[in-house]
Ligand binder design. Sequence first.
Ligand SMILES: NC(=O)c1ccc[n+]([C@@H]2O[C@H](COP(=O)([O-])OP(=O)(O)OC[C@H]3O[C@@H](n4cnc5c(N)ncnc54)[C@H](OP(=O)(O)O)[C@@H]3O)[C@@H](O)[C@H]2O)c1
Length: 317
Amino acid sequence: MKTTPDPDTRLLIFGGSGFVGRALCRQLVAAGFDRIIVPTRRRAHARALNVLPGVTVLEASIQDDAGLRTLVSQADVVLNLIAILQGSETAFEAAHVHWPRRLVQACEAAGGRRLVHVSALGVAEDAPSRYLRSKARGEAVIRASGLDWRLLRPSVIFGAEDRFLNLFAELQQSFPVLPLAGAKAQFQPVWVEDVATALCRLIEAPGAAGQVFEATGPQVLSLRELVQLSGRLLSRERPVVPLPAALAWLQALFMECLPGEPLMSRDNLASMQVPNIAGGRLPGLKALGIQPRSVAGVLDVQPRALRLDDWRRRVRG
Ligand SMILES: NC(=O)c1ccc[n+]([C@@H]2O[C@H](COP(=O)([O-])OP(=O)(O)OC[C@H]3O[C@@H](n4cnc5c(N)ncnc54)[C@H](OP(=O)(O)O)[C@@H]3O)[C@@H](O)[C@H]2O)c1
């Protein structure tokens, strides 16, 4: 499902400053879009977008309903990439349910806008984690709207600026052994550039209205295999010691007590109880004309697709 982009389309991208949002903005600009607005809580978070012609970064609070209605009224297509990975029940509810509801209301008040929303693979109202349950309730709000909505559910996303493979590469640089929680958890990692291309296609694809697409890579890998792959690519593969469930839970609890965002929370562990792989019933990237790339495939031809060069330098140094 390929389309010819209409560069006159006015885009409003919430969460455009994040990992996926930055890749998306780069691809949109390369495709000729030059009317892109990215609201952010802090201008400094969106610094990487400053070099992109046609992208306007605005400091704005998503809590301000009047400001939200004004922003939405200036766009033809709205994209929502805002999400959190860690937080309390209230924080998940605010970011994943209340916020999409207010966004839907603003789009409806503007006379109906196309809404492209990024969800996550594995969302379900009875999923084992707060993250997945709240994302499911957010999806439900969007599906129940009368808007022209399009949903994308990615598996774990990898790329040069990811927090996932880079974290495991970093840990293997620092520790002789890796005690790993959720070692058997299954993922179908998808390249950030493939996710960004999918979003570009969803912006305009005429047949995508009211549809949910799964974004997955071609390979199913366990967390252990992913960690080993990142170590191998770094030439610093460390022995992985899978943690039994009780110890994994204690490790996550301990990490939650440390200052800052935890590397792994109990909620993340709960998310990993369900395989993060394509269900097969929904259309995937191929339906959008994308041949997804594997982790090894991307890193073979483009080592900088992970910050491996930096890690390698540090290992050698
Ligand atoms: N990364 C993955 O592996 C993965 C996998 C599956 C699904 N997804 C989904 O893909 C989407 C994008 O993920 P990402 O990895 O790009 O996330 P990210 O890097 O954490 O970026 C999220 C963006 O949301 C904004 N944001 C976060 N919390 C906010 C809050 N409380 N209020 C307002 N804005 C807030 C931030 O913008 P400012 O700081 O500029 O305000 C940030 O740029 C999300 O829906 C996520 O659930 C990601």
